[in-house]
Design a binder for this molecule. Structure first.
Ligand code: A2P
Length: 271
């Protein structure tokens, strides 16, 4: 079994000081570019939904760490992550091969801007993502506080291919049906998914859909309004810039932990 198949790398390199060494409990591959995994959560580890941590593997004297959004909510006993597989990537090349029972390293301090504290109160919360940018929102939409603070939560994800949207589809379905969450979520959670390189939604980037208004007509909701709406953005640098431009043109202002605003962006993952 994989639980006893401790890799040679692990025995060759000691666990660095001041990091958590956690055990993988589940791995799920969605496509040849995307996978998710779950691991044990240290008793003392606290975070706010939407934050990220630095993740590494015990496969070198000085492990390579990368910023990963925690996809699980703060109440979950385990930690979940949603990852891309970069061919030849210093971390993901190895991380994509992890199995149940393997060890993953995690630095101790979570941080990030995609948190409720960085947003002013509002009525609707828009969560705009491309690709694995959905990860922090997987945490936010499973946090009861989100539904205490907002009347409507609109999650959008743009991916290249249809199969890449499956993590988000499962997430939304499971959240709506979850015994604990369904009471908070009710009918407040909306999901708009588009694959830009195939099928009916070919070419439908969320930016295009905001500009031509199709996002709002598809969902049957009012267009963006800074008086009532708040937004969080997570995706590629190009996508962040474009959505920020669209929001600023409509009167939205960026917030931070020490100065809440009407939208927030996570820039930790950009290439
Ligand atoms: P497209 O297929 O038109 O490039 P990537 O894997 O390159 O990060 O892209 C993930 C998704 O984000 C793709 O659907 C891609 O669309 C879309 N995308 C890329 N750039 C932008 C942008 N500037 N604004 C909105 N969506 C974008």
């Amino acid at each position: 079994m994989s639980s006893v198949a401790t890799s040679e790398a692990e025995t060759a390199f000691p666990i660095p000081a001041n990091v958590f060494a956690e055990t993988v409990t589940a791995v799920k591959h969605y496509t040849d570019r995307l996978f998710s995994f779950r691991m044990t959560r240290p008793q003392s580890f606290r975070f706010r939904s939407g934050e990220f941590v630095m993740i590494g593997l015990p496969n070198a004297e000085k492990p390579v760490y990368r910023a990963y959004s925690i996809a699980s909510p703060a109440w979950d006993e385990e930690l979940e992550f949603f990852s891309i597989k970069v061919p030849g990537g210093p971390l993901t090349e190895h991380l994509q091969k992890i199995k149940v029972g393997d060890t993953v390293l995690m630095r101790k301090k979570p941080t990030g801007t995609l948190v409720h504290d960085a947003l002013l109160p509002g009525k609707r919360l828009f969560l705009f993502s491309t690709g694995t940018g959905i990860a922090p929102f997987a945490s936010v939409i499973r946090d009861p506080e989100t539904y205490e603070k907002f009347d409507q939560v609109i999650l959008t994800q743009t991916c290249r291919e249809n199969a890449e949207l499956n993590y988000g589809r499962e997430l939304v379905e499971n959240t709506r049906n979850d015994e604990l969450m369904s009471e908070f979520v009710g009918d407040k959670l909306m999901f708009h998914a588009s694959a830009t390189r195939e099928g009916e939604t070919r070419g439908h980037r969320v930016t295009t859909l905001i500009e031509n208004g199709k996002l709002f007509t598809d969902l049957g909701i009012e267009p963006l309004n800074p008086e009532t709406d708040r937004a969080m953005i997570c995706g590629s640098m190009a996508m962040l810039r474009e959505i920020e431009g669209l929001l600023q043109a409509r009167g939205f202002e960026e917030g931070a932990n020490n100065k809440p605003g009407t939208y927030v962006v996570e820039r930790a993952f950009v290439d």
